[in-house]
Each structure stands twice: as C-alpha cells, then as structure tokens.
Design a protein around this ligand. Structure first.
Ligand code: 5GP
Ligand code: MN
Length: 329
C-alpha cells in the first residue's frame, strides 16, 4: 500500500517491537545515508532497531556516525517485527533471499519502483531517499534530527545529486541541505571524506579503464569497460571505480554513457547515464534492471559481445524515438 508522507510518518512514529533497516546491495551514499540516518533517528525515538546489509561498506563512508554498528551478512537469521527498506524497491536488489520480518516498509525514489512491501512511499521526483527521509523525519519530530542524523542524510543528498549538480537537485534540496548545515554538518568535511581520500590504485584503475573507451550508435553512445583482472592488476577495490562513468558522459556529442563491469566471467553489471534525451530507466528496465531517467543500471549474464549488441540495439531505438518525442528535462 502506497502511503503519503503524513501516513508514513504516523506509521513509523508508532512502530512497536524489533525493527530491521536494510538497503540495496553494493550500497552507495544514499543507501548508507538513509539507512544510518533512520537508525540514528529511530534510536532517539526510543525504538529497538538494527541495520543489516548484504554487502560491505566502502571505506569512504567510515566517518558516518553508527557505521561501525552495521552488520554485514549473507543471510538474516534473526526475526523482526518490522523491516524498513531504503533506496530500493525490489526484493532481489536487497541481496537477501529472505527478510524475516512480519511487516515491511519501503522508502524509495526510483521511477521503476514496484514495491513489494506492506507499506511504501516512492517519490521519483525527489533527489534522494535521504531527502525524502528528512521530510518524513520532520513530520515525526524535527527536534530529533541531531548531528548523527543530519550528517548521513546530508552525505546521501550530496552523492545522489552529484554534489548538487544533477537535475534531480531542486530548490527544496538546497533548503534541506541548508537546514542540515544548520544542524552542524560541515560540507567540506563530507567532501574530504568522500572525494579527497583517493588511493593511487584508483588512478591506476582509471588509466586502464579509460583505455577501453569506445563508441557506438554514431558516437552518441560512449562506453568503458572494467574487466575483473584490472582490479587484480591495480590493487583497486571495485568501489574505487565510482564516478568513472562521468568521463564518457562528459564527451561532446555523447547522449548516453555506459560502464560495463565484469563481476565474474559472463556476469556483468552495467551502468547507464543519460544527458537528457534518452530515458535510461526504461532501457534498463527492458533489460531486467531499473533506476532513474538519467541514471540506471542492470545486471546481465552472458558474453560482453552479446550484452553490448542487445544494449546498443535498445539505445539506438531509444535515441531514434527521442528524436520525435522529447522527454522532460
Ligand atoms: P549505478 O550505475 O550507480 O550503479 O546506479 C545508478 C542508478 O541505477 C541507481 O539509482 C541504481 O539504483 C539504479 N540501478 C543500478 N543497477 C540496477 C539494477 O541492477 N537494478 C535496478 N532496478 N536498478 C539499478
Ligand atoms: Mn538513491
């Protein structure tokens, strides 16, 4: 059942029993920010709450309050009365086969969302799950939004908006950020922790990945590839390729950037970024994934050649129809 902000605020205010918070696999800033923000907030509200992820947390989020209390596990064995799932609306994307909770809530902002829980709120127009979470927290009790809540929420907004640069950044996003800064968040601390702790391995990885740069669909699609062996060769962590897709997207004349990441042999993770003409969420959905109009992704099994053929065919179609029907923003 989809609820309004007020309804979800009332529901969360009255939650009883053991509450689990989780998010999507390979958690990003918005996933970690929203789940930790809720964790710190619900503790202040006097709730019995725990955070569990399927995948480990990239080191650059180590400064967030409460991060050391997050459990990372392949399987959840404990029973919960409630689960709050942030920044994701598909069971598969949580990475867990089974979430042992009696009742469930989704808080998300993906346009392709199809919530599977008892209750949900999905706002595709909002910048981030963190911004949406902040609005709900304000309705419950704004006085509980202290620094340990403000810092992760601000961090998720920064990462999901590309530091307030993408078109999901609204006037309200800036107002929320301003309110969080008033709670004590230091913007440059967040910048330093997230963007200014690069290891040299990241640059070595960037070098080999950029060498794979290639084009398709009359140079309107630019793509790069990370083969698994590159990680071994450079000593980089998979999460250190974060942001690489911005290079192909930044090329003049390119409409869609693609980043192919090899997880295992014949098992690929594909990221898509649009410059506005193509709705990449629709393309990703056709291929089994989802996301936003401008940023989406999917997982694919098979050879890189086959995956490329299928994807470029879809992108060609999408680019053709975009010539006729301009999508908003
Ligand atoms: P990224 O390319 O940074 O991994 O993801 C960009 C956006 O696409 C994110 O909002 C993310 O949630 C969505 N996304 C990425 N991969 C998948 C996927 O496999 N399935 C779905 N449904 N969404 C994805
Ligand atoms: Mn998000």
């Amino acid at each position: 059942m989809n609820l309004s902000r007020e309804e979800i605020a009332n529901l969360i205010r009255d939650l009883q029993g053991k509450i689990l918070i989780t998010t999507h696999k390979n958690p990003d800033g918005d996933a970690i920010g929203s789940s930790l923000g809720w964790y710190n907030y619900l503790k202040r509200l006097g709730k019995n709450v725990k955070v569990i992820y399927r995948d480990r947390i990239p080191f650059f989020f180590d400064f967030l309050p409460g991060v050391e209390e997050i459990d990372v596990t392949e399987e959840i064995t404990e029973e919960f009365d409630w689960v709050i799932i942030t920044d994701v609306s598909e069971p598969k994307r949580t990475g867990f086969e089974n979430i042992p909770a009696k009742r469930s809530i989704v808080i998300d902002h993906h346009i392709t969302a199809e919530p599977f829980t008892n209750y949900s709120i999905v706002e595709p127009e909002i910048s981030s799950t963190c911004e949406l979470s902040y609005e709900i927290m304000r309705l419950i009790d704004p006085s509980l939004i202290g620094y340990p809540v403000a810092l992760p929420i601000y961090t998720g907004i920064v990462t999901d908006t590309g530091r307030f640069s993408y078109n999901n950044t609204s006037p309200r996003t800036h107002t929320v950020a301003a309110e969080l800064i008033e709670k004590g968040v230091d913007p440059y601390l967040v910048t330093k922790k997230i963007y200014e702790r690069n290891r040299i391995n990241r640059f070595k990885l960037l070098e080999v990945v950029l060498k794979t740069l290639d084009f398709a669909v009359e140079n309107k699609v630019a793509h790069i590839t990370l083969f698994k062996r590159f990680l071994e060769e450079t000593g980089a962590y998979p999460e250190e390729s974060e942001g690489f897709i911005n290079y192909p997207r930044s090329i003049m004349g390119v409409e869609v950037a693609v980043f192919f990441k090899e997880i295992e042999q014949d098992n690929w993770k594909v990221s898509l970024r649009s410059k506005g003409k193509v709705n990449v969420a629709e393309v990703a959905k056709k291929l089994g994934g989802g996301g936003h109009k401008m940023a989406a992704g999917f997982e694919a099994k098979g050879s890189l050649k086959e995956i490329k053929e299928k994807l470029f065919q879809e992108l060609e179609l999408a680019l053709e129809s975009a010539e006729f029907e301009k999508i908003g923003n």
